[in-house]
Ligand binder design. Structure first.
Ligand SMILES: C[S@@+](CC[C@H](N)C(=O)[O-])C[C@H]1O[C@@H](n2cnc3c(N)ncnc32)[C@H](O)[C@@H]1O
Ligand code: SF4
Length: 350
């Protein structure tokens, strides 16, 4: 008799698709809102996302039942890690309830949330109680002026640190801090940021400024290559390279040799990691994107609201994933750029 429960269930699970480059579907990022309480110029510049910008109406966003239904289907196709993101996900009322529903889905291994942190003091405890395991908080600089420049003048480092402290008190762990590094903007504040978190158990991940969306005026000169940051940090606190925690991990891990913890370097510009990319992204209006740099996606809200069955939706997602050949970051410098607009970061999250 076969005592392995997953083997016993295997005949009933739909086959798991692999894309055109043989990559499985493992992660689903769910954006719950396209709105944000910050205006980071590298993501939602104030001049473009102004008071007359047409954000989604609540009826245009997937409701929580729709999100949970789709997440369940994605999980049947192999996704076992979920990340809730935005815009700013904590702006959407009831996110803790959504997390509670998602954590009850069979087969879920990991659920995380990415936030700018300022609403964590209000929500951290209820998120943890609902089953959220861990949180990633974005914090580009501890210098108040630099922070303001990178958040569009909204929020403050103190508010984000209060959010991180609330997450720690609530038992969310591990906590990661994301910092986008832009040359001439915050690169001179990277070492103080790292120093603040050394020895705390919080991993800071430094992200190369990316050409996401169509509105952030990206220029390659503003990208600080991870190799340059590594050299800077290594000269101050020697580092040793660590093995990835899992296949497809986006951050290259480095440990402080003196035992003060680790950092991550995310190098999607200088060392693209498309080859292992197993991430699907569901926008808040229910469009499936198979790449952060996609120019088109698959609308799932339409069929969902028109009464499609689970089998219909599974077939549509499977077709989309099987046809996926995206490797934008690897081809960035080699192909003529399409003039079609790319999806915006606030629609699909980071
Ligand atoms: C789009 S935000 C959504 C969640 C939340 N509002 C936050 O800021 O954490 C997710 C992540 O994407 C990162 N991000 C946004 N625009 C970026 C860009 N142009 N290049 C690199 N990272 C970017 C942010 O710094 C953040 O860590
Ligand atoms: S990075 Fe996050 S906090 Fe900043 S504008 Fe984008 S969604 Fe908002």
């Amino acid at each position: 008799m076969d005592r392995n429960p997953s083997a016993a269930l295997a005949p009933f699970l739909p086959p798991r698709p692999r894309d055109a480059l043989d990559r499985p579907l493992r992660d689903l990022r769910i954006s719950v809102t396209d709105r944000c309480n910050f205006r980071c110029p590298y993501c939602m510049p104030r001049e473009r996302f102004h008071e007359h910008y047409r954000f989604l109406k609540s009826s245009e966003r997937l409701d929580f039942d729709e999100i949970v239904r789709l997440a369940r289907l994605f999980m049947q196709l192999g996704a076992h890690k979920l990340r809730i993101t935005g815009g700013e996900p904590l702006l959407r009322a009831g996110v803790a309830e959504l997390i509670g529903d998602l954590t009850s889905l069979p087969g879920l291994d990991d659920i995380a949330l990415t936030t700018n942190g300022v609403l964590l003091p209000q929500h951290a405890a209820e998120l943890r109680a609902a089953g959220l395991q861990r949180v990633t908080v974005s914090l580009d600089s501890l210098d108040p002026d630099v922070f303001a420049r990178m958040s569009g003048g909204l929020g403050s480092p103190e508010e984000v640190l209060a959010g991180i402290a609330a997450a720690q008190r609530a038992g969310l762990a591990p906590i990661k801090v994301n910092a986008v590094v832009q040359r001439g903007v915050n690169d001179h504040t990277v070492l103080p940021l790292l120093e603040h978190f050394r020895g705390t158990g919080i991993t800071v991940r430094l992200i190369e400024f990316m050409d996401v969306g169509n509105r952030n005026e990206w220029q390659r000169e503003q990208v600080v290559p991870s190799s340059e940051l590594h050299a800077l940090i290594h000269a101050r606190w020697p580092l040793d390279c660590l093995q990835p925690n899992h296949v497809g991990e986006v951050a290259e891990r480095h440990a402080y040799r003196d035992g003060a913890g680790e950092i991550g370097l995310i190098s999607s510009i200088t060392q693209p990691f498309c080859g292992d990319c197993s991430r699907a992204r569901l926008s808040s209006e229910g469009v499936l994107y198979t790449c952060l740099f996609a120019t088109q996606g698959l609308d799932l809200r339409g069929p969902l609201r028109a009464g499609a069955s689970d089998d219909d939706l599974l077939a549509a997602i499977r077709r989309c994933w099987s046809a996926r050949a995206d490797r934008y970051s690897e081809l960035r410098d080699r192909t003529v750029k399409s003039s079609a607009p790319r999806v915006e970061m606030n629609q699909v999250g980071g």
